[in-house]
Design a protein. Structure first.
Lengths: 155, 117
């Protein structure tokens, strides 16, 4: 099922374009690095702010860092699909790729839980100290996503 | 806590790498065993992430991984220059995972040398 999906992606128009257009792949590659920098960089600043100041005044950083991180994520999904489509059958079963997907799932679950639990408090400027554990998981999940992603080329 | 998790994941990823069948990147080629192949091109796949040619070495077909198409173009190579039958020389390194694969860092075609790294 999963392998069929990878084959379909690789055989699709997107896969074909990713392999045969020098520009498409190069642009996707460049933007995937930019997206990673925006996502991991911005969210790390926010996480460190929450951790270091125990949730105090977190929104002063979050109001800039969170939209930037979201913009980074929005870049990562389509560019990542192009890069994956070029050789989906090989990349899709790479151990580093599995690890990357797991860290993304962890990161997204953490974002959802954090915002469900603390979204209103964050915006009201009263983020409690108990939010720090989410910041810790966030920092770990997104840094490891980037590390695992880069490791795909080496495994 | 986070540091321990990071360490655990990194070690796991590295350990998994030992058993993974590798693909591309210079890491999975043996830099200590540089060699060269002179052969006509048997087949070329001009595509991302790396252009690949099949050449003959010691009576066996070898896959040679070249540079990405964008870099190939930037260094003055195109698919037409590597079409089947064209004699070329490749200098590079054998794969540590496959007995008939090399990564080329230099290509000589029609008397001209192209750096692929």
């Amino acid at each position: 099922m999963y392998l069929d999906l990878l084959s379909a992606l690789e055989g699709s128009w997107l896969g074909h374009t990713a392999r045969h257009s020098a520009w498409t792949f190069m642009v996707a590659n460049v933007l995937h690095v930019l997206g990673a920098a925006l996502l991991v960089g911005s969210i790390a600043v926010f996480d460190v702010k929450v951790l270091a100041d125990r949730g105090q005044a977190a929104w002063q950083v979050g109001r800039y860092a969170i939209p930037l991180a979201a913009a980074g994520l929005a870049l990562q999904v389509p560019t990542g699909l192009v890069l994956l489509a070029a050789e989906a059958r090989a990349l899709g079963v790479n151990p580093a790729f599995y690890a990357k997907l797991a860290f993304i799932a962890l990161g997204l679950a953490n974002v959802a839980l954090f915002h469900a639990r603390f979204g209103a408090a964050l915006r009201a400027g009263i983020l409690p100290e108990s939010a720090r554990v989410y910041a810790g998981w966030s920092l770990a999940a997104w840094v490891l996503t980037l590390v695992a992603g880069r490791m795909i080329a080496y495994l | 806590m986070r540091h321990r998790l990071f360490g655990f994941c990194l070690v796991t990823a590295l350990a998994a790498g030992g058993v993974a069948s590798a693909h591309h990147g210079w890491g999975s080629y043996d830099a200590a065993r540089k060699f060269s192949i002179t052969s006509p091109v048997e087949k070329v796949e001009w595509q991302n992430p790396h252009v690949m040619v099949v050449v003959s070495f010691q009576d066996k077909p070898w896959q040679a991984v070249l540079a990405p198409p964008f870099r190939m173009q930037a260094r003055g190579l195109d698919a037409e220059m590597l079409k089947s039958g064209t004699p070329i020389t490749l200098e590079g390194y054998p794969s540590t995972h496959s007995g008939t694969e090399m990564r080329a860092e230099r290509l000589i075609a029609a008397g001209r040398t192209y750096e692929l790294r």
